[in-house]
Design a protein around this ligand. Structure first.
Ligand SMILES: [Zn+2]
Ligand SMILES: [Zn+2]
Length: 261
C-alpha cells in the first residue's frame, strides 16, 4: 500500500492511497490542479477515470472545499457520510452516501469509519487492502475508545499533532479561537496525541506520521519529541509541512522481530 500525502494542515488536506490497482483520495481540501501537480512531483500521473473514489472526513473547507471540482476533474465518485451536507444537486456528480461505522468497499479497498469529536460531524478513516491497513485521524477534539480501537487495527496511521498547548496559550489568537482549538471539539494537542500513542503501544500499529500541525502554534521538533516519548516501539515521524511525500504502509513491526532497523 502506497500513500501520497499531498497536503496536511489548515492550508488543505489530501492524500491518495493506492493498493491492488485501486486509488482513493482521502480528503478534498486541495484543488484539481494542485492535486495533479503534487502527484506529478511524486511521479504519479492520474488521469480522469483512474481515481476510484474521493472520501472526505468532514465538511470543513480544508478537507472538503474542493470536493465537487475534484470529483468532476477526475470523474470519480464522491463518497459522503450523512454528516456532510449534500452537494447531490451539482450536475454530473456521482455522489454516493455511506453510513459511519459500516464498511465501505471501493475497488480492492475496504474503508471503515468511526465518529470522532470535532465541531463538525467528523470521522477517522481506516483503509484496508486485505494485507495492510492505514488510519487517518485529523481534526480530533479528544481521544475516544473508538478512535483507539480503529487505529490499533492499522499498521500505520496519519494522526494530527495540531498544537503545543503552551504555544497556543501564549499565542495572539483571540480567546474564543484558543478555546475552540483546545476544547474537546477542536484539535489534538501534542500531549493528547502522545497520550493516544501511549494507548496504542502493544497494538498492531507500527508507524505514526504526525500531520495537520499548526504553523503558528507548533513546531515539528516539539510534536515529534512529545509524541515519540510516549510511543514505545512505534516509529514516529512528522510529515513535511509544505512538500508532498510518498509513504509505504508495511505490515510487520521490525522491533518485534528483533531486526536491526
Ligand atoms: Zn482540518
Ligand atoms: Zn475541521
Amino acid at each position: 500500500m502506497r500513500v501520497f500525502v499531498l497536503g496536511s494542515g489548515s492550508g488543505g488536506n489530501a492524500l491518495l492511497v493506492e493498493s491492488c490497482g485501486t486509488r482513493v483520495l482521502i480528503e478534498a481540501g486541495l484543488g484539481p490542479k494542485t492535486v495533479a501537480a503534487r502527484l506529478a512531483e511524486l511521479g504519479l500521473d492520474v488521469a480522469a477515470g483512474e481515481l476510484h473514489g474521493i472520501v472526505a472526513s468532514h465538511q470543513h473547507g480544508d478537507h472538503f472545499g474542493h470536493a465537487d471540482k475534484l470529483a468532476a476533474a477526475f470523474s470519480a465518485p464522491l463518497y459522503l457520510h450523512p454528516g456532510i451536507p449534500g452537494i447531490e444537486a451539482a450536475e454530473g456528480l456521482d455522489v454516493r452516501r455511506y453510513d459511519i461505522g459500516r464498511a465501505l468497499r471501493v475497488g480492492a479497498l475496504t474503508l471503515t469509519t468511526v465518529q470522532v469529536p470535532h465541531d463538525a460531524a467528523q470521522v477517522a478513516v481506516r483503509v484496508d487492502d486485505g494485507t495492510h491497513a492505514l488510519g487517518v485521524a485529523t481534526d480530533v477534539g479528544r481521544v475516544t475508545p473508538g478512535l483507539v480501537a480503529l487505529l490499533g487495527e492499522c499498521d500505520a496511521a496519519l494522526v494530527e499533532a495540531n498544537h503545543c498547548s503552551e504555544m497556543l496559550a501564549f499565542s495572539e489568537y483571540p480567546d474564543v479561537v484558543k478555546r475552540r482549538i483546545a476544547g474537546g471539539w477542536g484539535h489534538l494537542s501534542n500531549d493528547q496525541t502522545a497520550e493516544l500513542a501511549a494507548r496504542l503501544v502493544g497494538s498492531r500499529l507500527a508507524r505514526l506520521w504526525l500531520g495537520h500541525l499548526s504553523r503558528s502554534n507548533n513546531t515539528p521538533a516539539r510534536a515529534l519529541e512529545t509524541v515519540a516519548s510516549r510511543a514505545r516501539r512505534i516509529d514516529v515521524d512528522v510529515l513535511p509541512a509544505s512538500s508532498p511525500v510518498a509513504l509505504h504502509v508495511r505490515a510487520i513491526k521490525p522491533h518485534q522481530l528483533g531486526l536491526p532497523f
